[in-house]
Design a binder for this molecule. Sequence first.
Ligand code: KIV
Length: 275
Amino acid sequence: MKNTVLTFKQAKEKGEKLSMLTAYDYSTARLIDESGVNSILVGDSLGNVILGYEDTISVTMEDMIHHSAAVARGAQNVLVICDMPFMSYQTSVYDAVVNAGRLMKEGRANAVKLEGGKEVCPQIKAIVDAGIPVCGHLGLTPQSINAFGGFKVQAKTEAAAKKLIADAKAVEAAGAFAVVLECVPAKLAELVTKELSIPTIGIGAGNVCDGQVLVYQDMLGMFTDFTPKFVKRFENIGEVMKRAFAAYDAEVKAGTFPDKEHEYTISDDVLEKLY
Ligand code: KIV
């Protein structure tokens, strides 16, 4: 059954957990879609794990549309949420609505996600008013990495924790249907989760959040440049892939692949006329 923003609302009301994974292409989206996971986030983490950038700053609207459309073609059941890339919404309310519209219209996303608290609430309200569901993102917001000075746990001081709570309430009041909490202390995430009537989706925010999200390459051991503390490796597919690539290489070089079973045939009548 198709997951929608109503699924998120009902899950919060019933106290049922929500699962979310990132994906950036059609075939991965199909696999996740068949797994029972509620939602796919086409994260701007594609800058890191797909495009090989050191951060998400250089990701463009064109990148997000391209990957969101691929994911949407593989998504029957999941709610597809697409990240708004850096500078596609911070610049003005007008830019935010136009770009959110493009992610839905051209990228076929069901919802968009953007980073920030009170300062982006006018954007959230305008996008929601245009009929586009918005997921917020607070705590460690990777698009502000240069302002933070690195990937660090956020909201550890009293002032910062109070600001995060106020931002979460503001994002909810602006109309967001959910909010991602990234890299914040578990007890603070628990407090925010209790204060909000929309679901909190944690990543490095403990297990009391209403849902969880992970970057799929992290949980499958396919991306090892940097592994945050909050990542659990559910399988080591990276090693499986490397073994398969090496086996292919060995068989090609030994002349044992392709085998007879991988060949196409031609009739002898045709063949003898070729000589
Ligand atoms: O871009 C992304 O993958 C994200 C998640 C880490 C929440 O924003």
